[in-house]
Write a protein that binds this ligand. Structure first.
Ligand code: PEP
Ligand code: MG
Length: 567
């Protein structure tokens, strides 16, 4: 639950309001005499955007890691792209307003990229839209970035949509809650990140921005959010506010991180919980929550810092001897790494039709100029921190593993010569249909498996991951049978298997998963204490009986009912 002042990230989301500059209407044609004025307005907006972004980036650098700052710098690189800037000034010189020029130039760029088949580059158009909206908001006199002067700390961030990277950038001064008009699935990266940071989030709030826009109180509007029930109250009266604040007090988490060992029941099945992280600074939060290491480091969130040795060293050092599983770049889907904009290795990527539809490891293998610097950085960090392991995303064939190991070997020799030390362990994510079919073969080549249930469940359902609600498949016989089968393949080959998708964080399902033989789970830090507590009461006999019962149930509803009865 959360309460706070509403902060609409992008005033453009509020439409044409009477507190915006008249010129923000976007269709105003400027008279000849206004051309210089318009150019100056645009330059001022750009400068203000630069100052705001630089201030925020440097404060992020002091408070957390370079990776957060790099995300914003990537934004700035787009805003100051000389080709775009020249185009905007050219359109203004035709007598158009700054808003029209920014809209036209950025939209043309988005269209151009959207026409390219490569899914990663298509997704990059989202970065450009974000920067366009930020510049338009600047022209309208709005403050766009969380963490800037009036800050997002303690505010309820509202918008039509919010980029997960904006949230990642506000990690040192997080908002109290997030509200979006657009639907974001449980598995979207925005939702995953919000859960990791324990920020309540409610989506699909159609009409919210209109209500805010129509309110006289919009500049100081208080909002109450209950992330559990999805209830959002804008501009509450005194009595509602008091009632909510009392409920909020009752909702305070108790002693969530009581150590498992204290009351561990001797007959409980031993299971291990690890953390999913997106930024190095989160590694210590995993330990504080009682995690036994990091089972998934989503390195695409490092943005431009994906090849920065220090990021890997910082996370590895924070964990002591506990494992750090570094997943190599997984680009595509709803992952929109703004920090990549300025990377020369990306120039021309996607121009080739054959590159369409690649994601994860296939994309990286097709772009060694991009992949090698990351592998080198991980290997350099591994030379100091032996708790690092490498994991490959979206593997489809054993050749993905073979080729990556060859490349790793090459990087290792380039770095350390013929006496290069042995490579770290290399594991494989099982999250594509092909990987499920080939699990036995992959198990021969991989040092460990990690099941990415977010992508896997969407693949089983044959749905687009971003707009798909995985909960409808969480208790589906197909999902459960596939999880069981992958674990068996790992067991047969004698390699560890971890479950690192969001399904792992469902306490209701945990006893059944233990019954299917799963022993390792990697989840966002806030889920660890509750799951550990739940696991304490699960004996081998109880879990096996439950798994057997569930296997014979034909519908997800019946499975859920059986799980509820068990709990
Ligand atoms: C998954 O797909 O379940 C997973 C853990 O990876 P990501 O969510 O980053 O795709
Ligand atoms: Mg995945």
């Amino acid at each position: 639950m959360a309460s706070g002042k509403i902060l609409v990230l992008n005033k453009k989301d509020l439409g044409k309001t009477n507190f915006e500059d008249e010129r923000a209407a976007g269709s105003v044609k400027t008279g000849q005499t206004d051309i210089e004025y318009e150019k100056k307005r645009f330059e001022d907006a750009l400068l203000s955007y630069r100052e705001e972004t630089e201030t925020l980036a440097s404060s992020l650098r002091q408070k957390t890691s370079d990776a957060d700052a790099a995300i914003l710098e990537g934004h700035l690189a787009i805003a100051e792209d000389p080709v775009l800037k020249e185009e905007i000034l050219r359109i203004i010189s035709w007598g158009r307003s700054s808003e029209e020029a920014v809209t036209a130039a950025f939209s043309a760029q988005v269209q151009k990229i959207g026409a390219i088949k490569d899914p990663y580059l298509r997704e990059r158009s989202e970065d450009i839209k974000t920067v366009k909206d930020a510049l338009l908001a600047k022209l309208a006199g709005a403050n766009t970035m969380p963490g800037s002067e009036d800050g997002s700390k303690g505010c309820i961030l509202a918008g039509n949509e919010i980029s997960p990277f904006v949230l990642a950038a506000s990690v040192s001064e997080p908002p109290a809650a997030i509200l979006t008009e657009r639907f974001f699935s449980r598995n979207s990266h925005l939702a995953i990140l919000a859960r990791a940071l324990q920020i309540p989030m409610v989506t699909s709030l159609t009409g919210m921005l209109e209500v805010i826009r129509m309110s006289k109180n919009r500049e100081n509007m208080i909002c109450l959010v209950n992330g559990n029930t999805g209830e959002v109250i804008l501009d509450p009266d005194e009595a509602t506010l008091r009632r909510f604040q009392n409920a909020q007090k009752d909702d305070q988490p108790g002693e969530k991180n009581s150590e498992a060992s204290e009351s561990e029941q001797p007959e409980a099945v031993p299971v291990h919980f690890y953390g999913n992280i997106a930024l190095p600074a989160e590694a210590s939060a995993v330990l504080a929550a009682g995690g036994e290491g990091v089972g998934l480091f989503r390195t695409e969130f490092l943005g431009k810092n994906f090849d920065n040795v220090e990021c890997y060293e910082a996370a590895a050092a924070a964990l002591g001897d506990l494992p750090l599983v570094v997943r190599t770049l997984d680009l595509g889907g709803d992952k929109i790494p703004e920090g990549f904009s300025g990377i020369s290795a990306f120039a021309g990527v996607g121009d080739n039709d054959d590159e369409g539809n690649t994601r994860g490891i296939a994309f990286c293998l097709a772009h060694p100029d991009l992949f090698k610097p990351q592998l080198r950085a991980i290997l350099q960090a591994y030379s100091k921190y032996k708790n690092i392991q490498i994991m490959l995303p979206m593997v489809r064939t054993h050749l993905d593993l073979v080729k990556t190991k060859e490349l790793l070997d090459k990087c290792n020799r380039e770095l350390y010569g013929d006496d290069a030390p042995p490579l770290p362990k290399v594991g494989c994510m099982i999250e594509t249909r092909e990987a499920v079919f080939l699990a036995d073969i992959l198990a021969e080549e991989a040092d460990f498996f990690s099941i990415g249930s977010n992508d896997l469940v969407a693949a089983i359902a044959e749905e687009e991951r971003v707009s798909f609600d995985p909960r409808s498949y969480q208790y589906d016989a197909r999902t459960l049978a596939v999880l069981y089968g992958i674990n068996e393949a790992g067991k047969k080959a004698g390699i560890p298997v971890c479950l690192c998708g969001e399904i792992a964080a469902d306490p209701l399902l945990l006893p059944a998963l233990i019954g299917y033989g799963l022993r390792n789970f990697s989840v966002s830090a806030p889920f660890i204490p509750e799951l550990k507590k739940k696991a304490r009461g699960i004996t081998f006999e109880k879990a096996t009986n439950l798994a057997q019962e569930i296997f014979s149930l034909p519908t997800p509803e019946e499975v859920k009912e059986a799980l509820q009865k068990f709990s």
